[in-house]
Write a protein of this length. Sequence first.
Length: 556
Amino acid sequence: MADVNFDKNNFDFDKVEVEHFKKALNWLAAGNKWPSIRDAEVFHIKFDDKNYPLKVVFDQACYIAETGNPDPDFKNLGYTTREVLTKLKKDKFAEIDIVKDREKEIRTKFRFWLGRCPNKKNGTLLADRTMDQYLSYANAIYKEWGKKQSSTIPESIWGVLDPSVVDMILNDCKEDLELSEIDMKWNDRSGSNGLSYYKEFLLENGDDGEYRNGVYGLNGENIILYGVPGSGKSHAIKEMIGKLSGLNVADLKDKKRLEDRYNYLQEKGCITRVVFHPDYTYSDFTGQILPKIVEGVEGRKVEYEFRPGPFTRILKKALVRSTEPFFLIIEEINRGNSAAIFGDLFQLLDRKNNGNSEYQIDNHEIQEVVHGKGYTFDKKIYIPANLWLLATMNTSDQNVFPLDTAFQRRWEMELIPNEFDPAPDKQGFTINGTGVTWKEFADVVNEKLEEGDEIMSGDKRLGAWFILPDSGENFVSKKRFANKVLKYLWDDAFKFNRSAFFNTDDYRTLEDVIEKFVGLKDGQGFGKLFKTDIFKQSTVKTEAKEDTDGIEVANA
């Protein structure tokens, strides 16, 4: 077999094994022809003294790597090589790069659609050269427009699937002198003509982005994850985001992989996190008009401008970068007055099957941020299908600001079960000096809270992740345990019936509970802290002996 010589030193030959390239080249050398050789002039492979286009050889080699055989019918010309490379190399964020393949798919579909469109001047079908100009110049105009934007946008126009955004670019082409001059340089304003066709393509293929959802399955929802304190709701949100952004089942179980995906999306601005609390308001959430000092010819003066809040900022990103998933996380949704915080946005929470808001609203300040100044009356506000609203709620705090039925009905409710990790290095850590594991202790407490006493509640149960071991240790210190767990049990879980759990004859105050427990020596267990029956259940029993206070205790 002849040697394979590349004319480009920077070609990443390692990404697909040599044997696959050799199979592809031998197949071509045997006389099989590809329908296009455009790439041969610039990027090529020299094989048996002949030049072969690098792009088609690379696609064919990837197809061979995937299936074991060449593709004789050319059905997979331009094969989705990133998907193959993901399987071959498992690059750190290879799955995220699939967005580029999605854009390529949209471009291909648009080109096919354009081939059936009549020329607006004479009614004949558009020539291939004209269509190629429209696609090329439309993307060039978009990139020039993108340089003037303050927020991150997709790399190409094919990543924009909201017709109103394309319309915004067309309006700027008319009003922005630089864009207009660039467009006029090209024959018959091919850039703006291409954008006009692209807008029609998006409108024809679905209302308000249904085409997007049909292609990518971005069906955003409003979801509230609820459970007892420490049940792992925030971690469950990370898993949900990982799943919705494309991680497979194996990667979802990989803690580092999951954390990397979450951090990556956060760095890209795809995740916004807020916390509701009693003083949190509609203005904090959506934005507010604030003063600013402006330097002018006549000196300094005060002007007022709308500064967008977290909801408005992520809404704009989601509408512009419509091929990417976005997530607005609301922690402790019931610790603020949610009805007041959402205000008129409440109407947007009703979603269609495709994920977009069922209803749209007018809100001048938000519309100016999202659609730009001078927006037309038909450009209203809605939550797009690529924006998820994910919230958490502690069942123990349900009475802080109760969520009314109408509000809850617009959210999917998902209970996070209070499950202890069976791995001994996770929830098997001990409470230092007691010989009792955290799981054993929590099981006893939760069983007591579930007994059905009217003045106690299962909603106050201890979550599996309520407390974690000390850093680098397999135990939690007495001090941390006392100030976090015992304080919670005294102040909250058993607040109205402390004698049901604690030995209130000897421990009258929380200060007594903490000081005397922390002061117990190793081997004294929990001393006389709890009622006798609970004490016996929650201690690992060995041989009994006298403690320093003259009481008989069980020791580990």
